[in-house]
Design a protein around this ligand. Structure first.
Ligand SMILES: *[C@@H]1O[C@H](CO)[C@@H](O)[C@H](O)[C@H]1NC(C)=O
Ligand SMILES: *[C@@H]1O[C@H](CO)[C@@H](O)[C@H](O)[C@H]1NC(C)=O
Length: 365
């Protein structure tokens, strides 16, 4: 600030300017972080709090837990057997958090990227975008799913007719595609509730995202309570965005947008942009009312190589048909626009393969 010194006659005016300036400074040093109230969500919020406070010395970031419908515990977390066809339309875990953000109760919300609905179903943005993703934190945690079991090390080694817990249609479809004999048990609730079902012997295996388990410390190398085996992407392709933490902010909040820009992770932005563009386009272009099983993963070039690799998948819920698409992008041409286009093109390819009647019988048109 190069404000010229005020002459003495203007003293009154200049001191009120100083007060205004001080007030502005103080308010601009605080950042209210909204999060779901689950243990995992709060762990992720603390991770962001550390990153932002380290980056901007003097910022005071406070975490404000907000109850969201996605975090049912107790009775609501009990297991139930899944029936086909599944009702999966428009599940929106982010509603309460989106509203707190749009209403200015918090300045940012920290999410697992995979929990943010595709653009079409992100209700708060239905009329005009009010919320955007301001940063993807890095580095990406392992994006794969993991099989937790007391006895079994892999999908192949599960017993005939084995019971596998998962609430995700994406996992169900892919598991049944390679093991049609398995029984998929629809298990919801937080990680502890799901592990408890495994402990009670109600399941032979439980599928969870590797990233969440790692962040909770359950997947530490010295933990011998469970066999924890990552499932390779050619067996079980993860959800778009899995393993990436995203921070949302108000579309018109320039101060927060610029704060977030500084903690954004380039490779995660590229991966997230591709995967979400793919997901958004499948969702937008598809003629089906519900969200079909969709998976997508963009992997950065291995060391010494130049190509990013994208793999996308669309399946019927019972796994009888699985369509896949693969694309790559040279690192030298890799920017956000290229990533966006790659995701869109992959979705268009897949939907051409699928034709309009791919999911007839699963979803009402
Ligand atoms: C192992 O995982 C269990 C399951 O939740 C957890 O309670 C325990 O703290 C973990 N132990 C270690 C050593 O990480
Ligand atoms: C992004 O990369 C493409 C090549 O893949 C290039 O044509 C385009 O100009 C780049 N856009 C920006 C904004 O840098």
């Amino acid at each position: 600030m190069n404000a010229p010194l005020q002459p003495a006659s203007n003293m009154k005016c200049s001191s009120s300017l100083v007060i205004l300036f001080v007030l502005h400074c103080c308010t601009s040093l605080s950042l209210r972080i909204g999060t779901r109230s689950s243990k995992l969500a709060q762990t992720q919020a603390r991770q962001f709090q550390e990153i932002i406070e380290r980056r901007h010395k003097g910022i005071k970031a406070t975490i404000i837990p907000i109850d969201a419908s996605g975090d049912k515990t107790g009775a609501a977390a009990k297991t139930s057997t899944q029936q086909l066809p599944l009702a999966i339309q428009g599940v929106d875990f982010t509603g309460a958090l989106d509203e707190a953000l749009a209403d200015g109760i918090v300045d940012v919300v920290v999410h697992s990227l995979k929990d943010i609905p595709p653009a079409n179903r992100w209700r708060i943005n239905a009329d005009e975008p009010r919320i955007k993703i301001g940063a993807y934190l890095g580095p990406r945690e392992n994006p794969l799913d993991v099989l937790l079991s007391r006895e079994y090390k892999s999908i192949e080694s599960l017993p005939v007719g084995g019971k596998v817990g998962s609430a995700s249609l994406r996992r169900q479809a892919q598991l049944l595609a390679c093991r049609p004999d398995l029984e998929i048990i629809n298990i919801r609730g937080n990680v502890d509730a799901r592990l408890a079902a495994l402990d009670r012997g109600e399941l032979d295996g439980l599928i969870l995202a590797c990233a969440g388990l790692k962040r909770l410390g359950i997947l530490s190398d010295d933990n011998t309570s469970y066999k924890c085996n990552p499932i390779q992407a050619d067996v079980l392709l993860p959800c778009a965005g899995q393993g990436i933490i995203a921070v949302t902010c108000r579309e018109n909040d320039a101060r927060t947008i610029s704060l977030l820009r500084e903690v954004d992770h380039h490779d995660n932005r590229i991966a997230a942009t591709t995967e979400r563009s793919f997901l958004d386009s499948v969702d937008h272009l598809s003629p089906w009312s519900g969200r079909p099983p969709v998976a997508g993963l963009m992997t950065p070039p291995a060391s010494g190589e130049e190509l990013w690799h994208f793999r996308g998948l669309l399946a019927t819920p019972d796994g009888t048909e699985v369509l896949t698409v693969k694309k790559s992008l040279n690192n030298n041409n890799c920017n956000e626009t290229a990533a966006l286009n790659l995701g869109r093109n992959a979705a268009a390819d897949l939907l051409t393969q699928a034709c309009g009647d791919f999911l007839d019988g699963y979803y009402k048109l």
